[in-house]
Structure formats: structure tokens, C-alpha cells
Write a protein that binds this ligand. Sequence first.
Ligand code: TMP
Length: 205
Amino acid sequence: MDIINHGVFFAIEGIDGSGKTTQSRDLVDSLIKNGFNAVYTMEPSKGYIGTFIKKKIIMNKKVSPEVEALLFAADRFEHIDSEILPLLRKGKIVVSDRYVHASIAYQGAQGIDLEWIESLNYFTIEPDLAIYIDVPPSVGISRKKGKKSVFENLESLSKVRKIYQDLVDKGNLTLINGMKKRDEIGKDLYKLALQTIEEKLRSQT
Ligand code: TMP
């Protein structure tokens, strides 16, 4: 089922190893099983700038956090134009694995002014619901296998988590406990998503 007039946009956030990719994909699968047209997407995106970030920046930091913030914002605008908006205009449900709050948390954790990061992202579209899946940094790190990104150490992820938690306290992100079992987190997430979809459908009729 497509959502008439306009789709629904979800952003899923969390520190590395929080399970947000698994949960974003599970959410899309559950929505599809329940008859909705849902699509998984992610940041860094699969576009030109996102690919550059993944290859050059994340595994091998060579630029300042300011440049990182600019690159992630540039990738985001490309992501919005080439993927998110066209899907929403077709009435799809879009689930983005990371979005604006990741820049606030990750680049902010490196000492960059949060308002400046927000201003770079001022003209991005607002998600209908932005969710933060919380796990302690030690759990996130222990879950990640293979080569770690430049952000994946206890000190950095503790700062990232603190900013995410502040955004939850301000009401900008909705908290989900990432320490529960995979299917329990999935149920919590689906419930929140369904509420948002129903509210949107009601507002359209
Ligand atoms: P991923 O783990 O979701 O693939 O994201 C890759 C890394 O990119 C992750 O360590 C967080 C980082 N990141 C930022 O630092 N700023 C951003 O705006 C985004 C979207 C991701």
C-alpha cells in the first residue's frame, strides 16, 4: 500500500554496533509483510559523495571534522534529491539508516559547534519520526567485527552517545532500548512506525 499524497519518512539512529542497520532492514521487511511499500536507504548514501566518504573518510580519516560535516551534509542533500524525495513523492515509506542527527552526534562529538552543524542541514527535510536505538559504547564496540571506523573507540562513542541522549531529552529523537532481544526491539520499532503512519494517514483524510 502506498501512502496517498506523500509517503512517510523514518530515520533510525544509533552508535556503531547499536543494531540500527539490522533493525532498519527488519522494519522494512515487517512493513512490506504488512502490505506497505517500504524502502531501506542509508547514509553515507550510495551516491557519488557517499561512496567517496565510505572509501576515503570513514576508514582512514584525513580531513578535519568541519570538512566531515560538510561532506556528510553534501551527501545528505544528494541522498534527499536522488532517493528520499522521489520515493516519498511516489507514496513510499522510506527508512533511512542514519540521517541529520548522526552529523550532530558524530561531528559534534569532535568539538564542532552543534548549531553550525544544524545550520548546514537547515534545508534538509524533516523525518516524520527519528528514532535512536541506545546501547552502551562498550556493547557497540564488542559487537563490531572486522576493521573499525575512525569513530569506533570507547572515548569517541561515549561522546557520540551523550549527544544522542541530549537529543532524546530535547524530544528530537525517540528512544528505543537496544539491549533487548532483536525481535523485541523490532516490535517496539514497528509499533512506533505504525503509530506514525496512522497519524499521517489520518491527517490526509
Ligand atoms: P554506518 O556505521 O551507519 O555505516 O556509518 C558509517 C560511519 O559514518 C559511522 O561511524 C558514523 C559516521 N557518520 C558520521 O560521522 N556523520 C554522519 O552524518 C553520518 C551519516 C555518518
